[in-house]
Design a binder for this molecule. Sequence first.
Ligand code: PMP
Length: 343
Amino acid sequence: MSRDVMKYVRPNILAMTPYSTARDEYKGKAGIFLDANENPYENGVNRYPDPMQAALKEQLSAIKGVAVENIFVGNGSDEAIDLCYRIFCEPRISNAVAIAPSYGMYRVAAATNDVELREVQLNEDYSLPVERLLAATDGESRLMFLCSPNNPTGNIFPREEVLELSERFDGILVVDEAYIDFADQPSLLNDLAAHPNLIVLQTLSKAWGMAGLRLGLAFASAEVMELFARVKYPYNINVTGMAAATDILAKGVDEQVAEIVAQRQRVMAELSEAECVKRVFPSEANFVLARVSDARRLYNALIDEGVIVRDRSSVKGCDECLRITIGTPEENDKMLEIVKRFK
Ligand code: PMP
């Protein structure tokens, strides 16, 4: 569908003049830099980083098959989630819609931006309630958040259903693909060109093993990415983080991801056989959600032996459920051994 997504943008954002950094203004050769009030003595970090992360984006562009102009790099995808609200939602006027249960930051970022979040419960089997999501929207709905594969349920939503929402929702559809590298189904990155109201979020925190660096990604049309660049803090990614990411991206993580996926299959199979496990939900992520006989007591039993999982039993739709991240084979052995002997 062709549509003008600029109509969803807050007027103050459209009108603003972004901060221009010293290095934005000077795009020439190396020289003597007396333009940014830095300390001139080299120590590896005395200079400001590239505000647009050109080198890192070139590398990501090659890996993801997406043009540099369609990439945003943020301080974790949490920064991108916050920017979606800041760019598109008028505090106290606009609203956003999200699936539930899902990742908690859609709600936290809505609250910090004083935007109403309408949470729509997934169907009982965690499938996507397409009609109920659309019914929750009105003329002030600017954002819809889907997380696929979803945290904490682990399932991925069919591409046709997600794209149907993009077609039918009169606003910006944000699809958080933080766990897509562990899934069988491909990413929606190839659908961006045909869906101008789509923003895809990914992260280097999960499959890529860089949670400590805080590097999140957003992909969208060049005009939407320009809005992100306008609103973000000028130097949102630091020199050390970019250098570390460059090395890990160059080495690749295919083998680790394959091992994690293999371990996930094994953990799911073995959990299903444990006496205290009632149900293991299908997962396309690097964690599994399991319904057990007494989630709180099993959670504490695991902690007593030094294994920490996530107790999701107080989340609506996740009664008596623990979310268990896939670890190394040895870590999984230990966790499974405790679960199997739990009475
Ligand atoms: N999206 C989802 C669905 C997540 O589960 C998480 C982290 N738990 C994030 C985003 C945040 O990722 P980042 O580390 O890039 O901020």
